[in-house]
Design a protein around this ligand. Structure first.
Ligand code: ADP
Length: 246
């Protein structure tokens, strides 16, 4: 579904992504990890077309051939920070339907919004303005909007920031469910949460992918290399490994 070949990206002449090769398909839940400034957000911005880069292919077509509307039908993205305003939660989620809508929303559009609100457990907020809800609630509104987009690829950039423990689990489980019929790519810092739910782990450092694979890539030497931290990896229960910094 996504193919990236030798991706380079610079901000103001400063190279941020230094030759990334990456392929991902339906059924995958990929966690992207790495220290601050590694290039994780920039990488996912390239994948979703927020910054236009050469060498990204989505569903078999080069990114450059997509119109904004087509791209929004293919890829849904939730950035780290989203703005607030006077718009209601319902209307904000309805914006996710814009790639499909004419001047007015159809019944199906409204139904899709209701389903997305229910999926995130925020139906009760539907008529509140987005400047009247908490940071965690706002995060869920953005995710609901992304779901309403009906895309096959879901990209979330640190979606569990601001969320309480239960909500963190809900959001990561949702990304997991999404990946049953699509592709989920989630930038996250909590390696243990990633370990519980993701099937593939990509570690970035200095604008490069330094590890890419299943649980087998999570070795103490990798944490030393990527974060400069010594860890021990222990099996807790039912074979779930736990990474403990020493
Ligand atoms: P991460 O998500 O891993 O923390 P980012 O992709 O946000 O890393 O940032 C990678 C590098 O790119 C950092 O050095 C950051 O300062 C730089 N950077 C990010 N966004 C911009 C921007 N809009 N303009 C210039 N430099 C940027």
């Amino acid at each position: 579904m996504i193919k990236v070949r030798d991706l380079h990206f610079s901000y103001n002449g400063m190279e941020i992504l230094r030759g990334i090769d990456f392929k991902a398909g339906t059924g995958e839940f990929i966690a992207i990890l790495g220290p601050n400034g590694a290039g994780k957000s920039t990488f996912v911005k390239c994948l979703v077309g927020i910054v236009r880069c050469k060498g990204v292919e989505i569903l078999g077509r080069p990114m450059g051939e997509y119109s904004p509307r087509e791209l929004a039908r293919a890829v849904a993205y939730v950035p780290q920070r989203v703005g607030r305003g006077f718009m209601t939660v319902f209307d904000t989620v309805l914006l996710g339907r814009r790639p499909y809508m004419g001047l007015t929303p159809s019944r199906e559009d409204l139904k899709t919004v209701e389903n997305a609100l229910r999926r995130l457990g925020i139906e009760h907020l539907a008529l509140k303005r987005t400047n009247e809800i908490s940071g965690g609630e706002l995060q869920k509104v953005s995710i609901a909007r992304a779901l309403a987009q009906g895309a096959r690829i879901l990209v979330l950039d640190e979606p569990t920031n601001n969320l309480d423990l239960k909500s963190q689990l809900e959001v990561v489980k949702l990304a997991k469910e999404f990946s049953e019929n699509g592709l989920s790519i989630v930038v996250m810092h909590d390696v243990n949460l990633a370990l519980r739910f993701a099937g593939r782990f990509i570690f970035m450092k200095g604008g490069r992918i330094v590890a890419d694979g299943g649980r087998e890539v999570l070795k103490p030497s990798l944490f030393r290399e990527v974060y400069g931290v010594d860890v021990t990896i222990e099996e807790v229960r039912r074979g779930i490994p736990l990474v403990v910094p020493l």
